[in-house]
Design a binder for this molecule. Structure first.
Ligand code: ZN
Length: 262
């Protein structure tokens, strides 16, 4: 999963956007605004009390307050900016019942094992797998994801498939074992957006995952063969030793979202 990377890139993008806005028009004093339209004062990137001060309460949606920015019209639900589609999705989610998982799929889920994602809100359990669809299609990079709350950011960032379209699931040779996933999830950041865990492939070569990886696929290594190398990655080591890294362009997971009890 690349949530952390995504979050960081959003933050970087956000600060770059604001920096370019700052160059266009540099107010002498802080100008109030929301996360979308806030303008930093000249020569400062500090966020003052003016930040998010333009939000006006619109309505209560479940436990969250929907607020609208009086300056730019952006909608905010809790700490997240939301679109009208997001709000529609959230409403339809609330009316849905808990997902019923067919027994054959449940048995495979149990044998593969679920691991926690890194998530800045609710922590979601994920089961990497191969999806066999009723229409005959096979999806190599699939994942069952349990969610208590409407997973708006996932819906916006991943392909999703309804469980009713899935005939069966099986383990993927590119998926990391439960043990490997649990270890990778504990990794701390060694560099910006980089939380490495060192594994070994069958040949004994060192393989580095980034964050809570579900899958690994390069020409030199695949997820299912990875075993812990019991060593730490460092910049120093990386200068002298060969490590195999995940190609960042590997396919994104297709998610099957399971609604669970809140
Ligand atoms: Zn705004």
């Amino acid at each position: 999963m690349k949530k952390l990377i995504q979050l960081l890139s959003v933050l970087i993008l956000f600060s770059c956007n604001n920096q370019s806005k700052k160059e266009e028009k540099m107010p002498n004093s802080p100008e109030p605004g929301c996360g979308v339209c806030y303008q930093y004062p000249q020569n400062s990137l500090d966020i003052g009390p003016e930040f998010m001060s333009t939000l006006e309460f619109k309505e209560k949606i479940e436990e969250d307050s929907l607020k609208v920015c009086s300056k730019c019209g952006a909608k905010w639900l809790g700490n997240s900016q939301v679109s009208d589609e997001d709000l529609k999705f959230k409403q339809s989610w609330e009316t849905q019942k808990e997902t019923i998982i067919p027994q054959n799929i449940q048995d495979t889920i149990n044998s593969i094992g679920a691991s926690l994602n890194w998530d800045y809100e609710e922590k979601k359990q994920l089961v990497p797998c191969k999806l066999h669809l009723k229409n005959g299609e096979t999806i190599e990079f699939g994942a069952i994801m349990y969610s208590k709350s409407p997973p708006i950011s996932y819906i916006n960032n991943y392909k999703t498939i309804d469980i009713n379209e899935v005939e069966s699931i099986s383990s993927s040779k590119y998926a990391l074992s439960l043990e490997a996933r649990l270890l990778a999830r504990e990794a701390s950041e060694a560099a910006m957006s980089f939380a490495p865990t060192v594994f070994k492939n069958k040949k004994g070569e060192k393989v580095v995952t980034n964050g809570p990886a579900l899958f690994f696929k390069t020409d030199q290594a695949i997820g299912s063969e990875l075993v812990p190398a019991n060593e730490r990655w460092s910049r120093e080591k990386a200068k002298n030793e060969k490590f195999i890294y995940q190609n960042p362009s590997h396919p994104e997971e297709t998610l099957v979202i399971i609604k669970t009890k809140a």
